[in-house]
Design a protein around this ligand. Sequence first.
Ligand code: PLP
Length: 285
Amino acid sequence: MSRIAYVNGRYVPHREAAVHVEDRGYQFADGVYEVCEVRNGRLIDERRHMERLQRSLSELRIARPMSLPALSIVLHEVVRRNGVRDGIVYLQVTRGVAKRDHAFPPPGTRPAIVVTASRIDPAKTERYAAEGIAVVTLPDNRWERVDIKSISLLPNVLAKQVAREQGAREAWFVGADGTVTEGSSSNAWIVTSGNEVLTRKADHAILKGITRTVLLDVLKAHDLKLVERPFTVAEAIAAREAFITSASQTVMPVVRIDGKPVGNGAPGLISTALRADFSRYTEKS
Ligand code: PLP
């Protein structure tokens, strides 16, 4: 089955899918995105992802390119046309195409939209989860509004590359105060020796992950104590367990931080239980 992308109103073969050279996403990273997990051919937590998309658009004063019901049809159609059963659907909206000028383009410039879908082999993700992943830590050098899911991801790109070069799957950003903010494409969590589950409060210093939000319900159902506070790298290394959350990985155990083992160096019981139970708490559409 050949891949299909949705680009500004048309379903086109993926290899021919293209945007204009003066698309503001291309020129200025002036746009936002969302990534929704696809499981058994259904979108996971679409409603929450669309709410966050709307918030990102509003914060950047970009118009929504179409109504939410129309957008939902496009997302499902791209998943269907690509025959994606397990994977992700990616949506990007930019401020549109206009003569290059940093200031906003003339009123009436239509936002540009691209939707793609890709398969992810669930068995591969399960293998990572069974072994646990390594993370490295790096200074957080991003701007102050990372709560907006903007396509401007250069620090995240560089951080992920450092992680890969050091044999790790993720990089954790560390703020000037020595506490972990979040991963380059995930939220960061630890479980303390007292079985408290720690993650940072969702303020402007992190992206409020949809997986993070759903996990709060899972924690409640498991009678686990949640503490929303920052933690240091030393605390994370000394923790009983650590894990990350993101739409494409749900709950992924972390077993090494900067080369040092977390707990006994194997995925923790709580992380594993949360991962196993996670999908019960998601919305499927
Ligand atoms: N933080 C960052 C920087 C991300 O890029 C992501 C996801 O891509 C997340 C957190 C997790 O968000 P979600 O659970 O909505 O995928």
